[in-house]
Design a protein around this ligand. Structure first.
Ligand code: TXA
Ligand code: MG
Length: 344
């Protein structure tokens, strides 16, 4: 049985937090909001509890988890050989959507790191997540709270859709504000390398660090494991997703939409508000993601849009690329991994 507890996002009720923290302490699973997406948390120091995360998600054990802390002061508990650079990164971006890959402390079990000698760590920027982790008094291992390979959850309803009966408690703190996952940054190389683009942009990191590399699709990281999200396919809706890029993207989307509708297909479109009128054909399911010049709106609504079109029963959803500046890079990464076909 999964219990859902509503909490006020900015001022979570202590009773709900205490109840959820006690479940973490006793080896249970708690789904909770972060600023990016909902996480599926367990006590990171308890291998049996961590094993429940993999079972609940249907996630392969080779895919390591992010450890969440309530404060950067706790970092030495989970990571060692911390480069001085981390102080500046933590001061600039924590609490927030930046995950750092650092050498692990032995106390972090292999179940969390998938046998790697490194651990992924972040301090999430959400009052509910921070209160929960602080009350539990332990680092909290948490992947996104979706079934493996599926679209990440940005509401408690999304979590329940995927994991009802597989998680003890869901703290419902409303929709997440950022909507895409954290940026995963590897500091063991020079220059530092983005393994997964996310909420902290490449430009923001470069303003602090100078040039930063971005791992391309075909590279592997040191341990020889697939880079984050490389386990195809990822972030994916149930329906096929066709991703359009390049100058003619919108024209091509219109053409394909017309063809699908003419053939009697059930089609969805994920587009910016300004673009919606161009897709207003009878029978088309159009989901507006927000203003095309505010990528934070597009990011906030992308996963909800995929899930809404799935719920509407479309066979295929059409979406365009949003460039590579700012959050565009994270959007491109998720859309490419979710896509069944890329047209450019
Ligand atoms: O925003 C987020 O990061 C969310 C919220 C819940 O914090 N979490 C999240 O977790 O997206 P997950 O498990 O869905 O993605 C974690 C990513 C994976 O791609 C994993 O491969 C990578 O982080 N990762 C974890 N540990 C790593 C390590 N030691 N070295 C390289 N990559 C690692
Ligand atoms: Mg995930």
């Amino acid at each position: 049985m999964t219990q859902t507890l509503p909490v006020t996002p900015q001022h979570p009720e202590p009773a709900a937090i205490q109840h959820a923290a006690a479940i973490l302490q006793s080896g249970g699973l708690v789904a909770f909001p972060t600023e990016t997406v909902y996480g599926l948390g367990a006590n990171a120091l308890d291998p049996a509890a961590v094993a429940k995360i993999f079972a609940a998600k249907g996630r392969p054990s080779e895919d390591p988890l992010i450890v969440h802390l309530a404060s950067a002061n706790d970092l030495p508990r989970v990571a060692r050989d911390i480069p001085p650079l981390v102080n500046a990164l933590a001061a600039a971006f924590w609490p927030g959507p930046l995950t750092l890959i650092l050498p692990r402390q032995p106390v972090i079990p292999h179940a969390v790191t998938a046998g790697l000698e490194t651990v992924a760590v972040r301090v999430p920027g959400h009052p509910v997540a921070l209160a929960l982790i602080a009350a539990a008094g332990v680092p909290v291992a948490a992947p996104s709270a979706n079934r493996f390979g599926h679209t990440s959850p940005t509401t408690a309803a999304h979590v329940l859709h995927d994991l009802a009966g597989r998680v003890d408690v869901v703290l419902d703190g409303g929709p997440t504000t950022l909507g895409v996952e954290s940026t995963v940054l590897d500091l063991s190389t020079t220059p530092a390398r983005i393994l997964r683009p996310g909420g902290v942009t490449r430009e923001q990191l470069e303003a602090l660090l100078g040039p930063v590399a971005v791992q391309t699709k075909h590279e592997k990281h040191e341990a020889g494991l697939p880079a984050p999200g490389l386990l195809e396919k990822h972030y994916a809706p149930r329906a096929a997703l066709w991703l359009f890029s390049g100058e003619a993207a919108l024209d091509r989307m219109q053409t394909h939409l017309t063809e699908f509708l003419a053939a009697g297909g059930k089609v969805g479109v994920l587009c910016a508000d300004e673009e919606a009128p161009a897709f207003a054909q009878p029978g088309a399911c159009v989901f507006r993601l927000g203003s095309s010049i505010l990528l934070e709106e597009i990011a906030r609504n992308l996963y909800a849009g995929m899930r809404a079109l799935d719920a509407a029963g479309v066979e295929v959803m059409l979406c365009r690329d949003f460039g590579e500046s700012g959050l565009g890079l994270a959007l491109r990464d998720r859309l490419t991994k979710a896509a069944t076909r890329v047209i450019d």
